[in-house]
Design a protein around this ligand. Structure first.
Ligand code: GLY
Length: 574
C-alpha cells in the first residue's frame, strides 16, 4: 500500500513546516505523508515489526542513529502512541521481554494498576448484577497507566538519550501524518462513543467522518510528549499532565488520583522460562498469564508427535484445542497478580500434573468443558492490544506487547492531554463467573483490590536456539493471544513452516469457556465438519484473529522480519 498526500495538503504542510522553521522528513527520518506498508524485510543490521509502518520506521531511524533494540522499542512504542491510537498508548500498560547481547534476560511489567479507591464490587449494581459498561467504557474503567513508567524503566538498558527516542513521536503528533483506510474505519466506528464518554471533545471526533489520506494532527498529545521529554517520568505522573488526568477524572466521576499516579511503579520480574525440544523459551510471568499458558500448552503437546499429524489436520487441531481448553480452565481458577494472590506456578507446570490434565483427553471426541474443570493440584498449594518485535546487530532482541485493552481503550481522551485512557479494569474478574469482554471468567485470584494488577493474556516471547535469539514474537487479541503465539510456535517448530506461513495461516482458539472453538476465515471447512461430528461446537467465524509480528534470526545472521497481513502492520529494517 502506498499513501500519497494530496498536493494541496502537502503544500500546506510544507508551508507550516517552513513557518516553524522545521523540515518534514528530515526530522523524523521518514515521510509521514507518503509511506508504504512492507510485510517482510530481510535486514542485516536490525529490524522492527509493529502495527504501523510509521512506528516501525521510527524504530529503524533510531537503530540507524546507533540505538540498540531497547532504544528502538521505546521509540516505536512512543510513535505508536501517536499513529496507532487504538492500542499504541501513553494511557495504558504493557510488558517487555528482552534478551540482551550479554545473555541477560528481562521481563518488565508496566501493567496498569487498580486505583487506591477501587474495590472488589465496584462494578456491581445494588441488586448484585455486574455492570460491564462501567468496567469497559468511560472514566471508571481505567486502571492507573503504566506505559510511561515502563518506557523509563526500559531506558536503563538503552544507549541514546530519552529526548532522542521521543523526538519522532513529537514530530508525528505536532505535524501530523496521513491515516490509512483501516485507521479511518476504526475512528469512524467509535464516533458515538467518543461523544458519549468524553467531557471535552477530542481531536478524534470528526463531523462527516474520517477517510484514508486525511491528516491527523494531535497538538495536545504533542504538548504531553514534550512535557515527558523535558521532565522525564514526572512529565506524566506529576505536574501538568497529572493535573489534566485528575481533572478529567473529576469531570467524569473516575477514581484515579494524584497519589495513584505518583505511586505507580514499573517492575522488573523474573521471566517465565521453559524449554521445548531443545529450544529455550522466555516469556512473561504474572500478572500476565501468557508465559504460563504457553508453557502449559507446549508441554501438553511435546510428547505427542504433532508434526506427524500434519498442519490443520483434524488430529492436530483437536489436540491443540484440548490443550488450550485445559490451560484456560487453570487460568480462570488459579491465575492473577502474584503480588496479591499466590499462583501455584510450579504445580501448574509440573510434568505429572500436565500429564494428569491430559488423562481424559480422547482423540476420538470432544471433552466438554463441563468435565474439564480447573486441574486438581498435586498437593495443596481484549481484543485490541499491539505487539512489536525488535532486533539489532549487537545481538539484543526485544518483544513488547502493550495495550489499552479494548480498541481505543475506555474511549475517554484526557482533556487537554490528548491521549486515550485504558479500560483495563475489565481484565479483572468483576464478579466470579461473569465473563469479561473476551468471554473469560475468573474468581478470587483475579478479584479487584487496590494497587493490584489485572490478569493479562499478553505473551511477548523470545525463543532461543543454541543460546541465541531465534524467534521474537507476539500478537494482540485479548485471550486469543497465548493460543496464537502457541500456534505460531508450533507452526514453525513442529510443522516446519516459513515465518510468513506461520503468521498468515488461519488460526483457531479455545478458552475453556465458552465451550466452543473460534475459527478464523479460511480455516478448512472439512476439518470443522469432522470436529463437529466429534462433538465440538464452533463460535462465529472471525475475519481475523491476532496480528502477529515475528522476527526470525536466519542461519546467515540476517533478520527476517514479518508483519501480519491482518492489518496495516509493517516490517522495516536495514
Ligand atoms: N487487555 C488484554 C490483556 O491484557 O490480555
Amino acid at each position: 500500500m502506498y499513501l500519497r498526500l494530496p498536493a494541496p495538503l502537502l503544500f500546506l504542510f510544507l508551508l507550516v513546516s517552513c513557518k516553524s522553521g522545521q523540515k518534514n522528513t528530515g526530522q523524523a527520518g521518514f515521510d509521514p505523508f507518503q509511506y508504504e506498508i512492507r510485510k517482510k524485510v530481510l535486514a542485516e543490521n536490525g529490524a522492527v515489526v509493529s502495527a504501523h509502518p510509521l512506528a516501525s520506521k521510527a524504530g529503524v531511524a533510531i537503530l540507524r542513529m546507533g540505538g540498540n533494540a531497547v532504544d528502538a522499542a521505546i521509540a516505536t512504542q512512543l510513535a505508536l502512541a501517536v499513529v496507532y491510537p487504538n492500542a499504541g498508548n501513553l494511557g495504558g500498560g504493557g510488558f517487555m521481554i528482552a534478551r540482551l547481547s550479554d545473555g541477560k534476560e528481562l521481563a518488565l511489567d508496566y501493567r496498569e494498576m487498580a486505583p487506591a479507591a477501587a474495590h472488589r464490587d465496584m462494578y456491581l449494581e445494588k441488586d448484585g448484577t455486574a455492570n460491564t459498561e462501567k468496567s469497559q467504557l468511560g472514566h471508571l474503567s481505567s486502571g492507573v497507566p503504566g506505559t510511561v513508567a515502563g518506557l523509563f524503566a526500559a531506558h536503563a538498558y538503552a544507549k541514546l538519550p530519552f529526548e532522542k527516542l521521543i523526538e519522532p513521536a513529537i514530530i508525528l503528533a505536532e505535524k501530523g501524518f496521513v491515516i490509512t483506510a483501516s485507521e479511518a474505519r476504526g475512528l469512524n466506528a467509535i464516533q458515538d462513543d467518543l461523544r458519549k464518554y468524553n467531557t471535552i471533545t477530542p481531536v478524534f471526533v470528526k463531523p462527516g467522518g474520517w477517510k484514508a489520506g486525511d491528516t491527523l494532527v494531535q497538538h495536545d498529545l504533542a504538548r504531553t510528549l514534550n512535557r515527558i521529554k523535558e521532565n522525564g517520568k514526572a512529565g506524566f505522573y506529576e505536574g501538568e499532565t497529572a493535573r489534566l488526568i485528575t481533572d478529567e477524572m473529576k469531570r467524569g466521576s473516575g477514581i484515579i488520583s494524584a497519589g495513584d499516579l505518583v505511586n505507580y511503579k514499573a517492575i522488573y520480574r523474573e521471566p517465565h522460562r521453559f524449554t521445548y525440544k531443545g529450544y529455550s523459551i522466555v516469556g512473561m510471568p504474572m500478572p500476565s498469564s501468557g508465559g504460563l499458558l504457553l508453557h502449559q500448552m507446549m508441554k501438553m503437546i511435546e510428547d505427542r508427535q504433532i508434526a506427524g499429524m500434519g498442519f490443520h489436520s483434524v488430529q492436530a487441531v483437536q489436540l491443540m484445542t484440548e490443550v488450550e481448553r485445559r490451560a484456560f480452565a487453570d487460568r480462570a481458577e488459579y491465575m492473577g497478580d502474584a503480588d496479591f494472590h499466590r499462583v501455584p506456578v510450579s504445580m501448574l507446570t509440573n510434568e505429572v500434573y500436565l500429564q494428569n490434565r491430559m488423562r481424559n483427553y480422547d482423540p476420538s471426541k470432544a471433552t466438554p468443558s463441563s468435565v474439564i474443570r480447573p486441574g486438581e493440584l498435586l498437593r495443596a498449594e481484549s481484543e485490541e492490544t499491539t505487539h512489536l518485535s525488535v532486533t539489532d546487530r549487537e545481538g539484543n532482541a526485544v518483544a513488547v506487547t502493550t495495550t489499552l485493552n479494548n480498541s481505543y481503550g475506555s474511549r475517554t481522551v484526557v482533556g487537554g492531554a490528548g491521549f486515550f485512557l485504558n479500560d483495563e479494569m475489565d481484565d479483572f474478574s468483576i464478579k466470579p463467573g461473569v465473563p469479561n469482554m473476551y468471554g473469560a471468567v475468573g474468581g478470587e485470584a483475579n478479584a479487584i483490590k487496590p494497587g493490584k494488577r489485572m490478569l493479562s493474556s499478553m505473551t511477548p516471547t523470545i525463543v532461543l536456539k543454541d543460546n541465541k535469539p531465534f524467534l521474537v514474537v507476539g500478537t494482540p487479541g485479548g485471550t486469543t493471544i497465548p493460543t496464537q503465539v502457541f500456534q505460531t510456535l508450533v507452526n514453525i517448530l513442529e510443522f516446519g513452516m516459513s515465518t510468513e506461513e506461520a503468521v498468515y495461516k488461519p488460526k483457531f482458539h479455545h478458552q475453556w469457556l465458552p465451550d466452543e472453538i473460534m475459527i478464523e476465515k479460511g480455516f478448512p471447512a472439512e476439518v470443522k465438519n469432522t470436529l463437529q461430528q466429534m462433538g465440538y461446537s464452533f463460535g462465529r467465524e472471525r475475519s481475523g484473529i491476532g496480528r502477529t509480528e515475528c522476527i526470525r534470526l536466519l542461519p546467515d545472521g540476517r533478520f527476517e522480519a514479518v508483519a501480519d497481513i491482518r492489518g496495516d502492520d509493517a516490517a522495516d529494517g536495514y
